[in-house]
Design a protein around this ligand. Structure first.
Ligand SMILES: *Cc1c(COP(=O)(O)O)cnc(C)c1O
Ligand code: SF4
Length: 357
């Protein structure tokens, strides 16, 4: 018997365990299992306690509990929606921009987000990179002085043991031409106790190490999550956040305002707000770009600059990210501009006469 008062201890991965935990009804079990056969499902204890099962619109449930809507693919959706495969010169590396590469060490995550843009790859049983494969990926970086930043992503790099993480960070720290090692993770929210002293010590390097957490709703910033973030920040590691604009989770100004304020209070700088990618079976999560632009535009002036991420979209086909917020400056020719203030009023602006060309 489970009751609301029992502290959960298991990661839930199928319909049966989700029913037993009281997170879905018996009637939804078959559908949850059908989704779990196609895409990985994992709901950690830390996430389970954030879900209010009596709220049919719970923003945490919507992100992590499987739904039959995921089984409906649309013709414009793609297993590799941002074209990573075409930019992978060696296993584990994605090299799209001249100065930075992704290094994907693992293909598992502590939780599986239902809208994940890599859902056809993560949680599908692919093995982590072997020691030899990691060496080849590091050799690729070593041989290219133009690479300034390595971004550990995946999968979630913090599912690795602290020892393996430390080995990788140490190897990267020894590459002279690198300036930054960046780590993308959902662990501080999905499994905050994993951010222990050993893990934080493994991140210590002479290079700048940045941690970017993935967080979409203020409810995710629980007391343990905020404490986990604090352990990272206290070690001198800047923490940023990336969020995804998701229908039914955060697609309104009030939810985004609460999210970004909560992040900044937790010492986290909102970095990107992503328009969702066209991953298979995720239509129900994608607002129109017009809706997204209107919501984001409404945050200007209403929120501190510290709370404003850049709203970006990854152009399908591997053409990279572009900012997509509504422009507030329009060129009017000959060094003249029209600027729109936060109240919607228009103002002329003119360059210095000698700035012409
Ligand atoms: C998003 C992404 C990056 C990081 O881009 P930033 O704008 O620096 O955050 C790097 N490489 C690839 C392939 C990406 O998709
Ligand atoms: S943590 Fe990232 S990679 Fe993992 S399931 Fe969520 S969106 Fe996908």
């Amino acid at each position: 018997m489970t009751s609301a008062l029992t502290k959960p201890t298991a990661v839930l991965r199928d319909g049966k365990s989700l029913v037993a935990a009281g997170l879905i009804d018996q009637g939804a079990r078959a559908e949850a299992d059908a989704v779990a056969r196609r895409y990985a499902v994992a709901v950690t204890p830390a996430v389970q306690v954030l879900i209010d099962p009596t709220d049919p619109a719970d923003p945490i449930a919507r992100q992590f509990l499987p739904s039959s809507a995921e089984l409906k693919d649309q013709p414009d959706e793609d297993a590799d929606p941002i074209g990573d495969d075409a930019f992978s010169p060696v296993k584990g590396i994605v090299h799209r921009y001249p100065d930075r590469v992704l290094l994907k060490l693992v293909h598992t995550c502590p939780v599986y987000c239902r809208y994940c843009f890599r859902r056809e790859r993560v949680g599908q049983g692919e093995a982590p990179l072997s020691t030899a494969e990691i060496q080849r990926a590091l050799d690729y970086v070593r041989a290219r002085p133009d690479i300034w930043e390595v971004i550990l992503t995946g999968g979630d790099p913090f599912v690795l043991s602290s020892r393996r993480l430390r080995n990788t960070i140490t190897a990267l720290d020894r590459i002279d031409h690198l300036g930054v090692v960046r780590i993308h993770t959902r662990v501080p929210i999905a499994d905050p106790d994993r951010i222990d002293d050993d893990l934080v010590a493994a991140l210590s390097a002479d290079k700048a190490v940045y941690v970017v957490i993935h967080c979409n709703h203020a409810h995710e910033l629980s007391t343990p999550a905020v404490a986990a973030i604090r352990r990272i920040v206290d070690a001198g590691i800047p923490v940023l956040a990336q969020s995804v604009l998701l229908k039914g989770v955060n697609d309104d100004a009030a939810s985004l305002e609460a999210l970004f304020r909560a992040l900044v209070r937790a010492r986290v700088k909102p970095y990107y707000l992503h328009h969702p990618d066209r991953a298979p079976g995720t239509t129900h999560f994608r607002p129109s770009l017009a809706t997204g632009r209107t919501i984001v535009d409404g945050l200007q002036g209403r929120l501190s600059g510290l709370c404003q991420p850049t709203y970006v979209l990854d152009i399908p086909g591997g053409h990279g990210k572009v900012p997509v917020a509504i422009e507030r400056a329009a060129e009017a020719g000959d060094g003249a501009y029209v600027l729109r203030d936060r109240n919607g009023h228009l103002h002329d602006y003119r360059d210095n006469v000698d700035n012409g060309s």
